[in-house]
Ligand binder design. Structure first.
Ligand code: SAH
Length: 241
C-alpha cells in the first residue's frame, strides 16, 4: 500500500479513526496492516500517521506529526439547486477550489422534481465533496448544508460580504466588488458569501429579496454562463484576489 491520504471520521489529540465504508475499504480492498504509514486529515490539519489496529469496522491510526495546516478559503457558496449531474460537478470543482461551505438553495426556478428530491441528495453531495477533498489534498472537508429555501437563508445574520452573481448586472464586476470589500475590511481574509442562481436564473422577486438583505450584485462578464461555470469562475476570481 503506497502512502495515501485519508480523512478521519473521528479523532483525538493522538489518534484518528476511519469507520464504516472507509474502514472496510482499507481492510478488505487495500489490505491495510498495522505499521503502514499514511497521511490523515483531522480537524483541519494533515498528520503523518501510522496504522495501529485494523478491523472491518475501524482502522485506527496513531498521529505522529503535523504535516501542514492549510485551511479552506473563507468562501460560502449559496448554490441554487439545478440539474443534479451538473450540480455534482459544481460541488466537486468548488471543493477543489477551496470553498468552505456550500448551501443548496431551493430557488423559485429550481425545477420542482429537483427541489423535492434535493434532501435525499445531500448525503451523496457530501460523499462527492469528501472524495474531491481527498483528491485535491485539502486539509479539511467543505460543509455541505441541508437544502434551504432562499428567504430562510437570507434572513440569517452574518458578518460576511455578500455578493449576488447576476447576469443582468452590467456595471460592477465581481473583481471590483471583492476589491471594494477588501479595502474596507480590517481582516486580511474576510469572509465572503456568493450566490449563484439556477439554470433559469433568479426571479425579479428573488433579486429584490437579495437587495433587501444588502447583497451586492456582481457581473462575471457579458456572456451568460451556466450555473456551474459561474460557480467555478466566482471561486477562481475570489481566490486569485
Ligand atoms: N437567466 C439566465 C440563466 C441563468 S445562469 C438565462 O438567460 O437563461 C445561472 C446563474 O449563473 C445566474 O443566476 C447567475 O447567478 C450566474 N451567472 C451566469 N452568467 C453570469 C454573468 N455573466 N455574471 C454573473 N453571474 C452570472
Amino acid at each position: 500500500m503506497t502512502r495515501r491520504r485519508w480523512i478521519a471520521d473521528t479523532f483525538t489529540d493522538t489518534t484518528a479513526s476511519l469507520l464504516g465504508a472507509q474502514a472496510e475499504h482499507l481492510a478488505r480492498v487495500l489490505r491495510a496492516q498495522a505499521g503502514t504509514q499514511a497521511d490523515i486529515v483531522a480537524g483541519g490539519r494533515v498528520y503523518q500517521a501510522v496504522i495501529e489496529t485494523v478491523s472491518l469496522e475501524e482502522v485506527r491510526f496513531k498521529l505522529l506529526s503535523v504535516l501542514d495546516a492549510e485551511s479552506a478559503l473563507p468562501f460560502t457558496l449559496l448554490l441554487a439547486v439545478f440539474k443534479f449531474d451538473r450540480m455534482e460537478w459544481a460541488i466537486e470543482k468548488a471543493t477543489e477550489l477551496g470553498v468552505s461551505t456550500i448551501v443548496p438553495i431551493i430557488a423559485r426556478r429550481t425545477e420542482k422534481h429537483l427541489a423535492l428530491s434535493a434532501d435525499k441528495r445531500v448525503e451523496r453531495w457530501r460523499r462527492l465533496a469528501h472524495e474531491a477533498a481527498k483528491q485535491s489534498r485539502r486539509a479539511d472537508l467543505p460543509a455541505i448544508e441541508d437544502p434551504i429555501a432562499l428567504a430562510t437563508r437570507l434572513s440569517r445574520n452574518t458578518s460576511a460580504h455578500q455578493i449576488l452573481l447576476a447576469e443582468d448586472e452590467h456595471t460592477v464586476s465581481l473583481r471590483q466588488r471583492i476589491q471594494a470589500a477588501l479595502k474596507i475590511s480590517s481582516n486580511d481574509l474576510p469572509e465572503f458569501e456568493f450566490a449563484i442562481g439556477p439554470e433559469g436564473g433568479w426571479t425579479p422577486e428573488e433579486i429584490s429579496l437579495f437587495a433587501k438583505h444588502n447583497w451586492q450584485p456582481a457581473s462575471l462578464g457579458p456572456r451568460i454562463l451556466r450555473a456551474e461555470t459561474a460557480a467555478i469562475a466566482t471561486l477562481a476570481v475570489a481566490s486569485a484576489l
